[in-house]
Design a protein around this ligand. Structure first.
Ligand SMILES: [Zn+2]
Ligand SMILES: [Zn+2]
Length: 262
């Protein structure tokens, strides 16, 4: 098919100090989460050939590391911010004077040439969601932040061409880390963050015979190691004899290469 059916994806930043994803499909260019200052975002986007104009900015939830730059970037790029009612209300001041559009969690909607569906994830925000973005050529699933993997997520991620999944911590590193207990308990809670082991189980569960790419994101720089997150998922796949899944772990506060699916 024509190049308009190719997916392009780049994790612009990943981790507790800021998250943002660039995603392009069917000529529609989306930013998912803006946990960085708008000027930094603009610089990152400049490094991607043909990354403008941005069609829309989507938010998973209102936490600062996902939303703090959304209003400023919206004004800078003249792109609307799309989120559900809970996130729009909770983001409040951040989005003052910004063009916003509301979607309903669970109800598919179109943005330009792609279909998007937001689905609920368990996390300690007002109305946190993951996204399925699809066109005729492919399907991509984004799930961060989340305290556990739901059957709903597994069903949506099965056979996806790309899965962007949180792998926040290694349980052993978290247990010996200098984090205070209240913070450890928050991370471990069913509405906190996802462990490498839980991410690995999910990836095994959704793998198919088709080539799939998994991006592990939101790695903690204290409670995780980039090679450990990748190997935990890779070993789980190897134990099950699954060879078609490629695993990329994005280092804390790092950026992924530009990924393209033809
Ligand atoms: Zn969060
Ligand atoms: Zn986060």
């Amino acid at each position: 098919m024509t190049s308009s059916h190719s997916f392009r994806l780049r994790i612009l930043r990943s981790g507790s100090s800021g998250n943002a994803i660039f995603l392009e499909a069917a000529g529609t260019r989306l930013i998912i989460d803006v946990g960085l200052p708008a000027e930094v975002m603009a610089r990152e986007l400049d490094s991607i050939p043909g990354a403008s104009p941005i069609t829309a900015i989507l938010l998973t939830h209102e936490h600062d590391d996902h939303a703090k730059g959304a209003g400023a970037l919206s004004r800078l790029l003249d792109a609307p911010v799309l989120a559900n009612a809970g996130t729009l209300a909770a983001a409040g001041d951040l989005l003052a004077g910004v063009s916003t559009e509301r979607f309903v969690t669970g109800v598919p909607f179109r943005v330009g040439g792609v279909q998007v569906e937001a689905f609920p994830v368990p996390h300690d925000a007002v109305e946190p969601v993951g996204f399925v973005v699809s066109d005729n050529g492919g399907r991509m699933v984004i799930a961060t932040d989340l305290g556990g993997v739901t059957d709903d997520l597994l069903a949506r991620a099965r056979d996806a061409d790309a899965l962007i999944l949180e792998a926040n911590y290694d349980l052993r590193l978290l247990s010996v880390s200098p984090y205070p207990w209240f913070l450890k308990n928050r991370i471990l809670s069913p509405t906190g963050h996802l462990s490498n082991d839980a991410a690995a189980r999910a990836v095994v569960e959704v793998a198919s015979d088709r080539p799939q790419t998994v991006f592990l994101v939101h790695l903690s720089d204290i409670n995780n190691l980039t090679p450990l997150a990748r190997d935990t998922v890779q070993w789980a796949l190897e134990r099950e004899g699954i060879a078609a899944v490629r695993v990329e772990a994005v280092r804390p506060n790092g950026t992924s290469p530009l990924w393209e699916m033809q």
